[in-house]
Design a protein around this ligand. Structure first.
Ligand SMILES: [Zn+2]
Ligand SMILES: [Zn+2]
Length: 325
């Protein structure tokens, strides 16, 4: 295949694309994304999450949890009891003060009521009893806390902390491995999609289906974005500078893509080729240029070195003899 054939195809960029084709191209991107993200999910599942129960068992000696929770329950009950007596004391004090007041008021008037006096003494005894109960309950609570609950709590909290540290460390390691694997997957898929895009663009027989290549490229780019932000970002945040890597990497890829597309489709050669296909002046785009362009004056014809006849100056081959110019 002559080299110039590809050049001519570059000029065919202006293939018309119908709305139906565009919708199908978007649908293709979506279908590719569904499959690609499913694959990403499968890669993610290849890395098992640390087993919470198993790691917990390693850090908690047999029955430690059960013993601690039983003690905690008992401690709670003792505290409730102290509170209950404290509430009872408030009520008993109120009864006592009321009875005393009633008795004294009558006494001030010169009446020594034996019923009121008895009531006053009874409420005073009740108050004293409740106060004793509080003291006993508080002592029981303090002893229980000092002798049983506090020592067990220290052991339990230490085990809890070690367990949390171990579990978090294993989870971090797991997420680091999975996150890097997913980043590599997304990058490979992006490069692959770009190669497919390029394949459709450059193959002469396939260039009219270039939209399929665009769908693939769109899939690769979108998947890289989604995988970065939905999966990789939460896994790696705090472990490696994800934002910096994604930002710098993404910017580099985007700039490279823009430069590539610009050179490919908007280079002076590509523009000139498109104008030749439209049969307008390749220098300025004015229609029907004749021997010299009536707008810019540039010569359109040149003498062929092989057959010495006049042919288009800007085309790769002589229109009379077909030799390369
Ligand atoms: Zn011109
Ligand atoms: Zn010729």
């Amino acid at each position: 295949m002559p080299e110039s054939y590809i050049d001519k195809n570059e000029g065919k960029v202006g293939y018309e694309t119908t709305t139906a084709e565009k919708i199908l191209a978007i649908a293709l991107t979506v279908f590719l994304l569904i499959g690609g993200l499913r694959l990403a999910g499968a890669i993610d599942r290849l890395f098992p999450h640390p087993n919470y129960t198993l790691i917990r068992q390693e850090h908690f000696p047999a029955n430690l949890e059960a013993e601690f929770f039983t003690l905690q329950q008992k401690y709670h009950e003792l505290r409730v009891e102290v509170q209950r007596y404290t509430d009872a004391e408030a009520r008993a004090r109120l009864d006592y003060e009321k009875a005393r007041e009633e008795y004294r008021t009558l006494l001030d008037r010169g009446v020594d009521d034996p019923v009121k006096k008895l009531r006053w003494e009874q409420t005073r005894n009740q108050l004293e009893q409740v106060q004793k109960n509080i003291e006993t309950a508080q002592t029981t609570l303090n002893n229980f806390r000092a002798d049983l609950f506090a020592p067990k709590e220290i052991i339990f909290r230490a085990a809890e902390q070690k367990f949390q540290e171990d579990f978090n460390r294993q989870a971090r390691t797991r997420n680091l491995k999975a996150g890097i694997s997913l980043l590599i997957y997304a990058l490979i898929m992006f490069i692959l999609s770009f190669l497919i895009f390029n394949f459709f663009r450059t193959r002469s027989g396939l260039s009219r289906y270039a939209l399929i290549g665009v769908s693939f490229l769109g899939f690769g780019a979108l998947q890289a974005l989604i995988v970065s932000f939905r999966i990789v970002y939460p896994y790696l945040i705090g472990i490696i500078p994800v934002e910096a890597i994604v930002s710098i990497g993404g910017s580099t890829i985007s700039i490279a893509g823009i430069v590539y597309l610009k050179n490919r489709f908007f280079s002076s050669r590509a523009i000139r080729n498109r104008r030749l296909w439209k049969k307008v002046c390749p220098v300025c785009g004015f229609p029907d240029p004749g021997n010299h362009c009536s707008w810019c004056g540039s010569a359109q014809l040149v003498e062929c070195p092989s057959c010495k006849k006049l042919t288009n100056e800007y085309l790769p081959r002589c229109r009379e003899c077909g030799e390369k110019l």
